[in-house]
Write a protein that binds this ligand. Structure first.
Ligand code: ADP
Ligand code: GLC
Length: 488
């Protein structure tokens, strides 16, 4: 099966969050299952500046964009998994300081990307069976493939995976001509939403198959507020939306072999490995050395979604208790950054806050931590809790989305049957988070119990193997069915 994966970011090229991890690892997992996979991403400045082996692919063409013709030059890189990655280079749109930044020309940037990826699909030799689009930045692709004069054979099927319903790529109606599609598609059943062009909706409406990144999130988005206004659109696709939990790249995230750690470790020497990581982390931060208190961490985007307000509340509630040290690694909303800095200044030696995006530090913090806070308001899947488990730290999570599907609350029963894998609290409530963390701290004080839990979570298998098989099964089923008809 030939599969073209289209995403706006992917490791090791450019990353702002979990989409990059998925778009980096899923193609390799599909390739291991025998698929012939090509990944298409933008040639972001960040991707070209990383010193990776990227070369001109000898392909260049002009892309129609609202009356202009905009050049796209294709670069090629061979990814460690063995599949090809193609980068769409255009300095006007992608030679930018940040991948996303509320740029004034965002509609043009991403409509260019979608159109260029679509044209590229037609120029790559043997036709693709599946064109798999991720998030709103690729949401126009299924519509272009269905509506424009045939660019790919009729047998090709499109798949739309959305990683977060809250980000929809909504642009003024005046941007419709940039899509290259007729105004007649600007209607409430297809591309329009509240009088604007909505690229996520477009993908959901036109793709042959729609998926999201966990079974619980798939259920949550069927109604408001989880569906973020698109629950009605999803209802029209009922029966064709699947929730597949993400896997993790077990090579990049492997405490046995992690080059970001001072002393790699496995389940048998986790205590030593994690102590070495704590020493390295605190010395790098210029903070007091580890003192036996458990380390509680948060790693993530500082956005409302992630429950940062709950974390800040928790810091003020527990920092004075002497029961734990806290480390926060994140970047995002200036308001949260300020509040976190404020908390760190109030409790030196207890709270360390690192504001910035640093892949190596994310690995080191996961290894140094005993517990990882993931108090999300909503969470389509979440990867940090999976990394935490693999690195022998216990996640403390709110029961939402993929966190429900990946973390089993520690209780006498789950400890006995070996399924316990973290601490879960039900509501968005600072008191509930505090009580869940106190349960975790109490468990940590019982050395035998804690070592058993660490062993248990480190043994969990979150590799991509079974989720990639699930994608493959759905791809095969979709290929066997007639294409979704286009209403015109
Ligand atoms: P989301 O995609 O919503 O941000 P995920 O949990 O799926 O959440 O993925 C987040 C990814 O981004 C993880 O790989 C995590 O380690 C990484 N990450 C988040 N914030 C930072 C940061 N400040 N520095 C380094 N890595 C980060
Ligand atoms: C999104 C979601 C996150 C998910 C990631 C990868 O960014 O917020 O929950 O893990 O995509 O699918």
């Amino acid at each position: 099966m030939r599969v073209l994966e289209i995403a706006s970011e992917a490791t090791p090229f450019a990353k702002t969050g979990g989409l990059a991890d998925v778009a980096g690892a899923l193609p390799a997992a599909l390739a291991r299952l025998g698929c012939d996979v090509t990944l298409v991403i933008p040639g972001h400045r960040e991707a070209l500046a990383r010193g990776l082996a990227i070369e001109p692919a000898g392909i260049g063409f002009d892309v129609p964009l609202g009356g202009r013709r905009v050049p796209a030059r294709i670069l090629r890189a061979t990814v460690p998994g063995g599949h090809d990655a193609l980068l769409i280079e255009n300095a006007e749109f992608f030679d930018r300081h940040a991948l996303y930044g509320d740029y004034a020309d965002d509609a043009a940037r991403w409509m260019f990307f979608a159109r260029a990826a679509t044209e590229l699909a037609a120029r790559l030799g043997a036709p693709y069976d599946i064109v798999h689009c991720h998030d709103w930045q690729a949401g126009l692709v299924p519509a272009l493939l269905k509506i424009l004069p045939p660019l790919v054979p009729a047998a090709t099927r499109t798949v739309m995976t959305f990683h977060n319903m809250a980000y929809q790529g909504s642009f003024p109606a005046s941007d419709m001509p940039l899509t290259g599609l007729d105004w007649r598609y600007f209607n409430w059943r297809q591309m329009e939403c509240h009088d604007r062009v909505n690229l996520l909706k477009t993908g959901l409406v036109f793709a042959d198959l729609v998926t999201t990144v966990s079974p619980t999130y798939e259920r949550e988005i069927q109604t408001a507020p989880g569906g973020c206004g698109l629950e009605g659109v999803l209802a029209t696709r009922s029966g064709t939306v699947a929730g597949i939990v993400n896997g993790i790249d077990t090579t990049a995230w492997d405490p046995h072999r992690d080059r970001h750690l001072p002393r790699p470790y496995g389940p048998d020497d986790a205590l030593l490995g994690k102590q070495a990581a704590r020493m390295a982390l605190f010395s790098r931060l210029g903070s007091a050395p580890p003192d036996g208190r458990p380390v509680v961490a948060f790693v993530g985007r500082l956005a409302g979604q992630k429950g940062v307000g709950l974390v800040i509340d928790l810091l003020h509630r527990l920092a004075g208790s002497g029961r734990a040290r806290f480390v926060v690694l994140g970047t995002g909303d200036a308001h949260w950054e300020g509040e976190l800095q404020h908390a760190a200044e109030a409790y030196p030696g207890v709270i360390d806050v690192i504001l910035g995006f640093d892949e190596g530090l994310a690995h080191l913090v996961q290894a140094a931590a005993d517990m990882l806070l993931v108090p999300s308001l909503y969470e389509p899947c979440g990867l940090t809790q999976l990394y935490a488990q693999r690195y022998g730290s216990l996640p403390v999570v709110r029961a939402t989305g993929g966190l429900v599907d990946t973390v089993v609350d520690v209780s006498p029963d789950t400890v006995r049957d070996g399924s316990a894998s973290g601490f879960v609290f039900p509501h968005v409530d600072a008191g509930e988070l505090e009580r869940a963390l106190i349960r975790a701290l109490d468990a940590h004080a019982d050395c035998d119990l804690w070592q058993g839990l660490v062993r248990q979570v480190m043994a969990l298998d979150w590799s991509w193997e079974s989720s990639a098989r699930e994608y493959l099964r759905l791809f095969e089923r979709t290929l066997a069915q007639p294409p979704l008809p286009v209403e015109s």
